[in-house]
Write a protein that binds this ligand. Structure first.
Ligand SMILES: Cc1cc2nc3c(=O)[nH]c(=O)nc-3n(C[C@H](O)[C@H](O)[C@H](O)COP(=O)(O)OP(=O)(O)OC[C@H]3O[C@@H](n4cnc5c(N)ncnc54)[C@H](O)[C@@H]3O)c2cc1C
Length: 451
């Protein structure tokens, strides 16, 4: 099914009995305008990090530790991305040996009694944490490291000179559009916003039709006395789920005392499209109430709706084409690289993109991977002189992403990108002209376990 058809169907389905006209899928624009404006160069830095998810926070903190002047731009009120605004409250994979930034995050969460105890992977494949407290831990860590934090500020545009050198990017917060000048830029938006805006090569989805790994909404329920747990979905609203067979893939996660999170699969939307992402959010909130209604009516769970995460969880947006593309074959072979700067251990967790069931791209017997390495080259944008990337938008194929997207590996990538960017800024050179062994050495000195 083509995404455009799928979107129309999902949009119509999302409306259900509570009909609004089906939202339009993206259409060809009715025209074009040229737009220009003078803006102040408000900020100057050695390293600018765009996007404050776990990769962006790790990048900013690592660059600051290397002595760089760092600005971190985040469009929401808090950093943490999928882990906080997306409500994903678990670190998957190996949590030890991810480097000193991640160690400090864990140590701080532990001080708040906000993370479950350590067990080595694969004895335990994840650790739960309190995602509200993580937002505070991350902001305090950034401030301790003197990272200049711009919240409610969106990366909007970029000025690219010859050879793919970025001189400034345009960011827009409540003060309006302003320029941020830096020697090195790190795209940690998860969706390759900087590279896409710069016109650098990017890729997304599976090769045959571009469908991305499905999104999921984290919806929260509060456990209440049975008399307060009456079904909450009014008659005539949406399309309630009447049987287990009709349920979309729903995983029930812990969420602290007297609460659970329901992770609900929302496939077929594109996180890099304004209209598609809008439809995904609408669809997801409706779906949350439909699923809750099932649990209230059919399974008599004493649950009340406690809200959805502020944004839908996004597993895949767009990935930047780097100097090296990490592939499924590399992961299966547990490939080692001379310029290794991060390590992954998590299985190939590719949620099948074209249905809402508990389906995966690979059979269970095909999902295991041995520990594998990520090379520095997979964090260097092929078309850019001074653009690195880390996290979900690194250079890898879709199945490589399905493993490397876990927060532990994203944090490791972030730390390495920050170290490389700071070193390049210090030496007044480009990251690809560095000796990769210098980056690798610092990664290892800072506790990043590569073997
Ligand atoms: C439903 C779901 C469940 C998951 N479960 C787990 C799990 O149990 N364990 C695990 O380890 N991993 C899990 N993952 C994967 C993991 O959470 C993410 O892949 C990882 O956190 C991504 O980190 P990131 O920093 O690359 O991207 P993100 O977390 O997406 O961060 C990107 C940041 O950039 C900001 N941003 C984006 N565009 C702009 C812009 N233009 N201007 C300014 N800021 C911008 C965003 O607001 C965000 O803060 C899950 C993912 C999903 C979606």
């Amino acid at each position: 099914m083509q995404r455009r058809d799928a979107l129309k169907i999902m949009a119509a389905g999302a409306a259900g009995a509570f009909a609004t006209p089906p939202a339009r899928a993206e259409q060809d624009p009715p025209g074009e305008i040229a737009w220009s404006r003078k803006v102040p160069v408000r900020y100057a830095a050695d390293v600018a990090v765009l996007g404050g998810g776990i990769a962006g926070v790790a990048a900013a903190c690592a660059a600051a530790k290397s002595g760089a002047k760092v600005v971190l731009v985040e469009r929401f009120a808090i950093t943490g991305g999928d882990l906080t605004t997306g409500g994903v409250a678990a670190f998957c994979g190996e949590t030890a040996g991810q480097g000193e930034v991640f160690d400090e995050i864990l140590a701080d969460l532990d001080k708040f009694h906000a993370v479950t105890i350590y067990q080595p992977f694969p004895k335990a494949d994840h650790r739960n944490f309190d995602h509200h407290l993580l937002a505070i831990v991350l902001q305090e860590l950034l401030l301790r490291r003197q990272v200049k934090l711009l919240l409610h500020t969106r990366f909007v545009d970029v000025r690219v000179g010859s050879g793919g050198r970025i001189s400034e990017c345009i960011v827009c917060g409540k003060s309006g559009p302003e320029a941020l000048r830096a020697r090195q830029f790190i795209d940690c938006t998860g969706d390759a916003d900087v590279a896409r805006t710069a016109g650098f090569a990017v890729m997304k989805g599976r090769p045959e039709d571009g469908l991305q790994l499905s999104m999921s909404m984290m919806a929260f329920v509060r456990h209440v006395e049975p008399e307060l747990a009456a079904p909450q979905l009014p008659e005539g609203w949406f399309a309630p789920v009447r049987s287990k067979a009709e349920l979309p893939m729903t995983s029930i996660w812990p969420n602290g005392p007297r609460s659970n999170a329901l992770k609900i699969k929302i496939p077929l939307f594109d996180a890099t499209s304004t209209e598609s992402l809008t439809l995904a959010e609408i669809r997801a909130r409706r779906r949350a109430l439909e699923v809750l209604d099932y649990y209230q009516r059919q399974e008599h769970k004493p649950w009340r709706y406690d809200g959805c995460s502020p944004q839908i969880g996004i597993r895949e947006g767009a990935r930047i084409v780097g100097d090296y593309l990490l592939t499924l074959a590399d992961l299966r072979a547990g490939r080692k690289f001379e310029d290794a700067i991060a390590r992954g251990v998590y299985p190939l967790d590719g949620h099948k993109p074209d249905d809402d069931q508990r389906t995966y791209i690979l059979k269970p017997s095909e999902r295991h991977v041995p520990p594998y390495q990520l090379p520095l080259r997979s964090l260097l944008a092929k078309d850019g002189a001074n653009l690195l990337m880390a996290g979900r938008c690194f250079s890898g194929d879709q199945l490589a992403l399905s493993s490397a997207r876990v927060s532990t590996t994203c944090a490791m990538m972030g730390q390495a990108a920050g170290i490389a960017a700071a070193l390049a800024a210090q030496k007044q050179t480009d990251p690809r002209l560095l000796d990769p062994q210098d980056v690798r050495r610092v990664v290892e000195e800072r506790g990043g376990k590569l073997t």
